[in-house]
Design a protein around this ligand. Structure first.
Ligand SMILES: [Fe+2]
Length: 450
């Protein structure tokens, strides 16, 4: 067997290797931000492509502003670069729909600004002791800023998907499915305790902490995410017109928003087409469905005689290794996800067919838990027992509560730096422009258990 590259864990690196790792991650991330913002002309960069999203030029300067505030000023204690623009790029001050009207930095100014900030940060990285203060231990603040920029790269990718016009982004086809016909529809995860969350992953965010034991009863979970072909059967059976499959809130939203199919689908005289980053093409039946909201996922699950997994079930399926009794970093262990184990990082601008990435399977046999599509869970976004906000309340704490549902696993638009078995995403149950799909779960009947 070929040797495996383990994704570097900042906890295992000496100071110099840690500095190199941080600098590499920052550069890789910036390359993606540049690719996403140089794929369109300046006019498109400052335009709002959807009221759901910021202009791309806002995301770019916002990334620089957060990097300045956290690294240049807080970690470095250095003089501010542009304190006058803090408010413009504070996501809590201005709703996305209002951002185009702000006196934003223009494309050239924004590019110069992020470059100036980055130069200061690289200088700081060379000199920072990376210890002695929680914010810099194991380069946490640098890792947080890398993840923040990667999250905006995924947001910018969603803006590209909402943009009308010819394709401008390059990608390559994802790998094919392997043994898809012989895969079981679902796998059993036996009941019992497992360790959820983490206290040791150095760049894990506050909401992933601390590690804690959770007892989960027996459940079955789909081997792969629900495909377009499966979802089409729900649609063709009149699923969008039958309130019995929908929750009360879901049905209200279904009517109010006139939902009839996943976002970006179009009925072309009996054939379903989808628009994907400027390409109009037949819906690929074997790919996981994407661009459905929580309510659509929930209605499908009810129609299928199943339910959405809880967040606890999802994480147990993804991380619990019954041989060791431990929870894994990724479903397959420690190896780097980029070595053909998961569809992450915007290399393929679509999910891979259900059944791809057999070497990325979890111990329970489920595939594609990491990458391809974010997966809606049944759970509200809530703190783990022992949660403490770090480094600030606005990172997670202000979002806890019943208005946000948890999504897990990352999508083809998520970077490896911002995705791991413990990573939690959250959003409103009506969101459809994100790269979200789902898989179903169910509680086994008593006669199914030996
Ligand atoms: Fe942000």
């Amino acid at each position: 067997m070929a040797s495996e590259t383990v994704r570097p864990n900042p906890a295992d690196l000496g100071i110099e290797d840690l500095r190199t790792h941080v600098a590499d991650e920052m550069q890789r991330t910036r390359d993606r931000s540049i690719a996403l913002t140089s794929a369109v002309d300046d006019d498109e960069l400052v335009r709002q492509h959807s009221p759901l999203m910021s202009p791309l030029v806002w995301d770019l300067a916002h990334v620089g502003s957060q990097e300045e505030i956290w690294l240049v000023r807080d970690v470095g204690g250095r003089q501010a670069v542009r304190p006058d623009i803090d408010d413009l790029y504070d996501a809590f001050q201005h709703a996305r729909a209002d951002r185009p009207a702000l006196p934003l930095l223009g494309p050239t100014e924004a590019r110069n600004y992020v470059t100036t900030v980055r130069d200061k940060v690289l200088d700081l990285l060379d000199r920072s002791p990376l210890e002695g203060r929680r914010l810099v231990e194991q380069a946490f603040a640098f890792g947080m800023i890398v993840q923040h920029e990667q999250q905006h790269d995924e947001t910018m990718l969603a803006t590209h998907q909402l943009r009308n016009g010819d394709p401008v982004l390059d990608d390559e086809p994802p790998p094919a499915a392997v043994d898809a016909d012989s895969l079981p529809d679902e796998v059993l995860v036996p009941g019992g305790p497992f360790v959820m969350g983490t206290s040791t992953e150095p760049w894990a965010l506050d909401n992933e902490r601390p590690a804690h034991e959770v007892h989960v009863a027996d459940f079955r979970i789909d081997t792969t995410p629900v495909t377009n072909g499966q979802f089409l059967r729900f649609l063709d059976s009149g699923g969008y017109d039958q309130p019995r499959w929908w929750s009360e809130q879901g049905w209200q939203y279904r009517q109010r928003a006139d939902l009839r199919a996943p976002l970006f689908w179009k009925d072309d005289g009996g054939t379903w087409l989808r628009r994907r980053f400027g390409h109009v093409e037949p819906v690929a039946l074997d790919e996981p469905v994407v661009h459905v909201c929580f309510y659509e996922a929930q209605a499908y699950a009810n129609w299928a005689g199943k339910r959405l997994p809880t967040e606890q079930e999802w994480e147990k399926a993804a991380r619990f290794d019954p041989r060791s009794g431990r929870s894994l970093r990724y479903p397959w262990g420690q190896a780097d996800p980029q070595q053909g184990r998961a569809n992450l990082g915007q290399r393929h601008l679509r999910p891979a067919p259900a059944g791809a990435y057999p070497t990325g399977a979890a111990p329970c046999g489920a595939r594609q838990l990491i990458g391809d599509v974010w997966e809606w869970t049944a759970s509200d976004f809530a703190p783990y027992p022992g949660f403490t906000a770090f480094p600030y309340r606005e990172y997670s704490e202000v979002f806890f509560g019943a208005s946000h549902k948890v999504l897990r696993g990352g999508s083809f638009g998520t970077d490896v730096a911002a995705c791991r078995g413990t990573f939690r995403n959250w959003d409103y149950p009506i969101r459809r422009q994100i790269f979200a799909g789902f898989r179903c779960a169910r509680t086994p009947d008593s006669d199914e258990l030996g």
